[in-house]
Design a protein around this ligand. Structure first.
Ligand SMILES: Cc1cc2nc3c(=O)[nH]c(=O)nc-3n(C[C@H](O)[C@H](O)[C@H](O)COP(=O)(O)OP(=O)(O)OC[C@H]3O[C@@H](n4cnc5c(N)ncnc54)[C@H](O)[C@@H]3O)c2cc1C
Ligand SMILES: NC(=O)c1ccc[n+]([C@@H]2O[C@H](COP(=O)([O-])OP(=O)(O)OC[C@H]3O[C@@H](n4cnc5c(N)ncnc54)[C@H](O)[C@@H]3O)[C@@H](O)[C@H]2O)c1
Length: 446
């Protein structure tokens, strides 16, 4: 069989779905190729189940900090049942039917490039003027002796767990690790977390790593530490660590980063992957003539919002609306308790890029009133990084309740290259967390 389409979308996560939907809405003849579930990692095994699982423990923690509210109980069966609803019971049949109903050709199978404008799937050839690669990423497995012989969960098993394990060894101290540690520890697991770097959240400002560590009270966090050997001992798993100690757990959970799914026979179109396995793209998300890539596969910033943004960029370019990707101001939120968020550059990265850097840091209970009206033990920190010469923000970081929402003021300021003077002259609703931008911007003393 050889069929001709306007576009073939390979991989139907958030990035692929955005391109496919927009092209179909514009009347293009689209084939979508997906080897597992239409929707990708995010709705079934990543963002959606993880945030659904975190919300009950967050709500419970919040009540313990509010005057006059009794702390509610957590009911794992009900939490699990709701998670199962959110992940659609891992069944994409209604999504498949909706795409077919909207006119797409849906092919379930693993796609590989077979030359310019050609994709091979299930032994068939599909042809199109444009092919969009959106095959996402998968868990990176650390090199640890014995890891194949013990029970190991990736994000998939961890977000779709049916029982709360009593003892967990989490490997990796970044977004996935911190979110899973928050959930598991507050559901009663005894959690040990290993981070090979000297702090948590290695890509963020050191202050965030330190505060994230305090927020994870109750989790045994080992920094500068790796597992060397793991082995089975009866029904236990024993991990020998390079700090000379060992831990005995029920399961090892990987949170050690992700690698792009770029095993796509790219050589048939003369394309090589980058140093981390990513597919290189230009600023229109084009790989080469008639070939495009979006999402985790591109290695730009492994978030659903980035994948969907790149999907919009590609769809626009294919529909004759030239669109250059602009990656300024992509927010990075860790849904811990309290939330952690950052956008733009750290102070060190800004200096390396040649900015004349000014920084400020404010403790929210000292500068605004929302923290004390929000909870009895008010907390939160906001930090800014500015370019003194242009008088604009280049970075924002914070740890505080609801910062996943109010980080967007900083994200917009960075993206729009808004003068800091406008933040200093701003009028935010009283009493909200957003008011902190006024204090932190003033403290920059530009
Ligand atoms: C635990 C966890 C929590 C997360 N939480 C968040 C969050 O809260 N917010 C956020 O923004 N991001 C979050 N992320 C990141 C987010 O999940 C990804 O950035 C996002 O899913 C990337 O979308 P994508 O379209 O690039 O690819 P994916 O969602 O990975 O989808 C790719 C699809 O391509 C398919 N595929 C792969 N190879 C082929 C092939 N050869 N042929 C056909 N199909 C193929 C796959 O089966 C998959 O369905 C989280 C990640 C993890 C692991
Ligand atoms: N809320 C969100 O938006 C959200 C949530 C989860 C994940 N994500 C995205 O998914 C991607 C993957 O996240 P992640 O946290 O898995 O990866 P990551 O790459 O951000 O961090 C992996 C961490 O594991 C550590 N590590 C690696 N191997 C190790 C080893 N052998 N021993 C000890 N430590 C080790 C690394 O030093 C690093 O700190 C990220 O890009 C992240 O942004 C986003």
């Amino acid at each position: 069989m050889s069929e001709q389409f306007d576009a073939i979308v390979v991989g139907m996560g958030p990035g692929g779905e955005t391109v496919a939907q927009t092209l179909m809405d514009a009347g293009r003849r689209v084939a979508v190729v997906e080897k597992e579930l239409i929707g990708g990692e995010c709705p079934y095994w990543a963002c959606m189940p993880s945030k659904t699982l975190l919300r009950p423990v967050e709500a419970r923690a919040e009540t313990s900090r509010v005057a006059g509210v009794s702390t509610p109980a957590l009911d794992w069966t009900m939490i699990r049942d709701y998670r199962d609803v959110i992940v659609g019971h891992l069944d994409d049949s209604s999504r498949v039917a909706a795409y077919r109903n909207d006119g797409a050709t849906v092919v379930k199978g693993e796609g590989k490039l077979a030359g310019p404008g050609e994709l091979s799937v299930n032994g068939d050839r599909l042809q199109a003027r444009d092919i969009i690669l959106s095959t996402g990423s998968r868990q990176a497995w650390p090199r640890i002796d014995g890891l194949e012989e013990v029970p190991v969960w990736t994000n998939r098993e961890a977000t779709n767990l049916t029982d709360i394990p009593a003892r967990v060894l989490l490997i990796g101290g970044s977004a996935v690790g911190i979110e899973l540690a928050t959930f598991l520890s507050r559901m009663g697991s005894s959690v040990t977390m290993l981070e090979r770097g000297p702090r948590l959240l290695m890509r963020e400002v050191p202050e965030l790593g330190e505060r994230a560590l305090s927020a994870l009270g109750g989790v045994d966090v080992r920094l500068d530490c790796r597992a060397q050997v793991v082995r089975r001992d009866g029904t236990d798993t024993v991990a020998e660590l390079d700090d000379g100690t060992s831990v005995r757990v029920d399961v090892i959970v990987l949170a050690s980063g992700r690698i792009p799914n770029s095993d796509l026979d790219l050589k048939t179109v003369d394309v090589s992957t980058g140093p981390h396995g990513e597919v290189p793209t230009d600023d229109h998300c084009r790989v080469t003539d008639g070939l495009w890539a979006v999402g985790d596969l591109t290695g730009v910033a492994m978030f659903t919002h980035t994948a969907m943004y790149q999907g919009r960029v590609v769809a626009d370019n294919l529909l004759g609306r030239p669109h250059t990707a602009n990656y300024l101001g992509i927010p990075r939120v860790v849904f811990s308790e309290p939330e952690i968020a950052a956008v733009g550059l750290t102070a060190d990265a800004a200096r390396r890029q040649g900015f004349d850097v000014a920084t400020s840091q404010v403790e929210l209970p000292e500068v605004i009133h929302r923290p004390e009206t929000y909870e009895t033990k008010p907390r939160g920190t906001l930090g800014l990084v500015a370019d003194r010469r242009r008088r604009t923000l280049v970075g924002v970081w914070a740890i505080a309740p609801q910062v996943g929402e109010w980080i967007h003021t900083g994200a917009l300021a960075i993206r729009a290259q808004l003068p800091v003077d406008i933040l200093v002259d701003g009028i935010a609703q009283f009493p909200t967390f957003n008011e902190a931008y006024y204090a932190a911007a003033s403290a920059l003393r530009l």
